[in-house]
Design a protein around this ligand. Structure first.
Ligand code: PMP
Length: 435
């Protein structure tokens, strides 16, 4: 099947809102570890995909999946050991007090359930999120995702905080007390929500601010914000769909970086290394409030195959030391990227930790004028031609997002940096130029 023919068939058969990455969409037919192969046999280093967390087609994941599928797959209304073991293993990695779990299939479902539970528990509708954030595709989570629609359409119950970007936000790194300055601005947004007659049900917090970066926020800001939310009666819901599962280095969850204790934690993408499994973890009293109100049933959530796969992912992370690898290779990668930045002034800023880094690309280092989307697309294509797959994020789409599988090794980091270096050597931004 020629790639062009497949594209035409896809356009006819699939809805037009299915978008693809890259000018000439990649037709990937095989994956292994950090490598992907296209239909022409071309090999790419995967520097973008967090979902195959333990690497593409990991033999232990494939074995766990096929062994369980050959034995039994059914829903959660019967007893099965796999889901219980999985729950126990993940709860053991969460702070005391978060002792109860529920399994679903996607991050959207996990956040939807979390928001429903927070609202029921507090009796308050208000939800606090970040500008540019994405939390899911259900009616409720989409409304709580300011990245997806214009500000004029925001519901009354939503407070939208500015992302704590210390490079190009309202508060900068050289502010004498950036955390406190950010906190003062957040408090004003919370006051405005309450002045509209909305009480705060929860803060929905992604500790990587991934669609804005990733970003690294001041610890005192995050801690102060959580204290403010709690003082106003709200719960802290951490969306760990991107930040969790060792993505941010030497801890399992992103929120641990900030020393906060959430009331509810959601996770998804990396849990099943490509298989759709997601979860919500919470305090028992929050789950009991929900149970007293309604039944929640999710046909595929936590089924025996999903549980077998998710348990195998934890086994691989443990046995292959992938948390440590995320920290060590992540630090090596960051140092190499910083060296690259010293040679390429178009890299205005680098933020990230572990195996999650963002390069904020600027046309002018002085004014920080961001690369436009067309330039970012051209740059992504050039890097792909150099054999490395990257992504983009950021308020203006100006951030080159690097978020490889957790099995990424230092020599992979070298290959990625060399490819970006070669692409930048032949690149000059076109947008924003005088004609
Ligand atoms: N939360 C975050 C932070 C995400 O990045 C995403 C997906 N991009 C979601 C939630 C939704 O997850 P899913 O696509 O599995 O529904």
């Amino acid at each position: 099947m020629k790639t062009g023919d497949l594209m035409a068939r896809r356009q006819r058969a699939l809805a037009p809102f299915h978008y693809h990455m890259f000018e000439r969409p990649l037709h990937i037919v095989r994956g292994e570890g950090v490598w992907l192969w296209d239909a022409d046999g071309r090999k790419y280093l995967d520097c973008y995909n967090n979902v195959p967390s333990v690497g593409h087609a990991h033999p232990r994941i494939v074995a766990a999946m096929s062994t369980q599928a050959a034995q039994l797959n059914t829903h959660t209304r019967y007893l099965h050991e796999g889901i219980v073991t999985l729950a126990e293993r993940l709860l053991a990695r969460l702070p005391d007090g978060i002792d109860t779990s529920a399994f679903v299939c996607t991050g959207s479902e996990a956040n939807d359930l979390a928001l429903q539970m927070a609202r029921l528990f507090t009796g308050a509708e208000g939800v606090v999120v970040y500008d540019g954030a994405y939390h899911g595709n259900t009616a409720l989570t989409l409304a709580a995702s300011p990245s997806e629609y214009p500000p004029a359409e925001r519901p009354e119950w939503l407070a939208v905080l500015e992302a704590p970007n210390l490079y190009r936000g309202a508060v900068l790194r050289d502010d004498p007390a950036p955390g406190q300055a950010l906190l003062a601005r957040a408090v004003a947004a919370l006051d405005a929500l309450e002045a509209r007659g909305q009480r705060i049900g929860c803060l929905l917090l992604d500790c990587a601010w991934d669609s804005n970066g990733p970003l690294l926020a001041p610890v005192d800001y995050v801690q102060g914000l959580c204290a403010e939310i709690r003082a106003r009666g709200g719960l802290i819901v951490c969306d760990e769909v991107q930040a969790g599962y060792c993505r941010m280095g030497a801890q399992w969850w992103g929120f641990q970086r900030y020393g906060i204790t959430p009331d509810i934690v959601t996770c998804g993408k990396p849990m099943g290394a490509g298989h759709p499994v997601a979860a919500v973890f919470m305090r028992r009293d929050i789950a009991e409030r929900m149970a007293a109100h309604q039944v929640y049933f999710n046909t595929f959530g936590g089924n025996p195959v999903s549980a077998a796969v998710a348990n195998a992912v934890i086994d691989v992370i443990e046995d292959e030391g992938l948390m440590d690898n995320s920290a060590r290779t992540g630090a090596y990668f960051l140092a190499a990227l910083q060296e690259l930045q010293a040679r390429h002034p178009v890299i205005g800023d680098i933020q990230g930790v572990g195996l999650f880094h963002g390069l904020d690309m600027v046309r002018d280092a002085g004014t920080k004028a961001p690369f436009g989307r067309a330039d970012m697309a051209r740059l992504g294509n050039l890097i792909a031609q150099e054999g490395v797959i990257t992504g983009t994020s950021g308020r203006h789409g100006q951030t080159l997002k690097l978020r490889p599988p957790l099995v990424f090794a230092p020599h992979d980091a070298d290959l990625a940096v060399q490819a970006i270096d070669r692409a930048l050597a032949s690149f000059s931004p076109q947008e924003g130029r005088r004609a």
